[in-house]
Design a protein around this ligand. Structure first.
Ligand SMILES: NC(=O)C1=CN([C@@H]2O[C@H](COP(=O)(O)OP(=O)(O)OC[C@H]3O[C@@H](n4cnc5c(N)ncnc54)[C@H](O)[C@@H]3O)[C@@H](O)[C@H]2O)C=CC1
Ligand SMILES: O=C(O)C(=O)CO
Length: 360
């Protein structure tokens, strides 16, 4: 029997019981649920990652819907428990849903939602920040200053890479990959090469139009190319950012062999999911190629890093914060609440908010 988990309750007399496994930013999401007669229970347990057992205890005997987190394992056990408790709706507070077994949800008649769109620009901005920080060695230079090592300007001090005129490679040119590509092309006048299963027509049109604009103003135009294979991107690009979904086709997409085909001074950024990169192979590659740099927001065994990564100067590591802007996190919470309401048929004035809701 799992220990009871601590909770905070809003609108105790509400007719429908909706559980959030974590406290989330803002109050709009809570007010939306309360307005539709929900009793909202938020787990206040101190531990960061809840176990399946903890969540089964939270669901209890009666639960209409759950908002959960990407750190949780939403599979057979949890969807069976939610279905037994009368629940028909689950929303991940994330766009990625590799932690959710959608087949199991279908089996138990639970609709699943995610939160795309509101995090596109925020996530792309972090990928752009990591690209810049790696290119200009900002973290290393900051550590150097704080260590009191700076004793005057020098021609070779923290020399990095100029982005203008170089090629940015995007693997997975969906919402976030395309937003990142636009930032790098427009902001730094980089040429684009991308690989995706589908053609990114709007992105191509954007780069074509921007290239024409630059040319009309007497500048070198930017160009784009849709690569026929991922390997073409890895060979040709100077900065490569990974933005595919994580599934069987993208697991260890970047491995030892592929790393060896990249330029020796390339920059690799990962703001997608950790297992897209074979992190052990990456650590080895970084050791062998000190001018190869990475910016990582995600890791193969979060919250852990593979041995050796933390000691490497050519790696910038941040704790899965790509979507962490206030606006975005409040938007994700709002979308997650709306997903639960719509899936559970609890919305009274559906037409007022339906356009804000996203389904997988
Ligand atoms: N680090 C973070 O905090 C965040 C991470 N993410 C991750 O980013 C991912 C992408 O998000 P969105 O851009 O909104 O999704 P999206 O669905 O718009 O884009 C994903 C793209 O990946 C492409 N793709 C799928 N399989 C591929 C393959 N084998 N090779 C190349 N491309 C492939 C798809 O065709 C699609 O265009 C999410 O699934 C999530 O895992 C998203 C938000 C924040
Ligand atoms: O939304 C996601 O998929 C994340 O990783 C966190 O925003």
């Amino acid at each position: 029997m799992a220990k009871p988990v601590s909770i905070e309750v809003w609108n105790p007399s509400g007719k429908y019981r909706v559980v959030s496994t974590k406290s989330m930013p803002g109050t709009r999401w809570i007010n939306l649920l309360i307005a539709q007669d929900c009793r909202v229970e938020i787990c206040t347990e101190k531990k960061t990652i809840l176990s399946v057992e903890d969540i089964v205890a939270l669901i209890g005997d009666k639960c209409d819907g759950v908002i959960g987190q990407l750190t949780e394992d939403w599979g057979e056990t949890l969807f069976a428990a939610l279905s037994r408790a009368g629940g028909k709706a689950f929303s991940n507070m994330a766009v990625g849903y590799n932690n959710v077994d959608v087949n199991a949800a279908n089996k138990y008649g639970v609709a699943v939602g995610n939160t795309p769109g509101v995090l596109t620009e925020t996530t792309a901005e972090l990928a752009a920040s990591l690209s810049l920080a790696a290119a200009r060695r900002i973290v290393e230079a900051d550590e150097f200053m704080r260590a009191g090592l700076y004793d005057g300007w020098l021609p070779y001090l923290f020399v990095g890479n100029l982005l203008k005129g170089q090629t940015v490679g995007v693997i997975g040119a969906g919402r976030i990959g395309s937003a990142y590509a636009r930032m790098m092309v427009e902001g730094f006048k980089m040429n684009l090469i991308y690989y995706d299963l589908y053609q990114a027509t709007r992105l191509e049109k954007f780069v074509t139009a921007y290239g024409a604009f630059l040319q009309a103003n007497g500048e070198q135009p930017v160009t784009w190319k849709r690569a026929s294979s991922m390997d073409e991107v890895l060979r040709e690009a100077d900065v490569i950012s990974l933005h595919p979904v994580l599934d069987k086709t993208t697991y260890h997409l970047i491995n030892k062999e592929r790393l060896s085909t990249m330029k020796k001074e390339a920059i690799l950024v990962n703001c997608s999911r950790g297992p897209v990169v074979d992190e052990v192979a990456l650590v080895e590659h970084l050791k062998q190629n000190p001018k190869f740099r990475v910016g990582l927001d995600v890791f193969e065994d979060e919250p852990y890093m593979k041995p050796g990564l933390a000691e490497l100067k050519n790696a910038i590591v941040v704790p899965h914060i790509a979507s962490a802007s206030k606006w975005t996190r409040e938007g994700m919470a709002t979308l997650a609440a709306l997903n639960v309401l719509v899936c559970q048929d609890l919305i009274i004035e559906l037409h007022l908010i339906l356009d804000q809701v996203q389904f997988i």
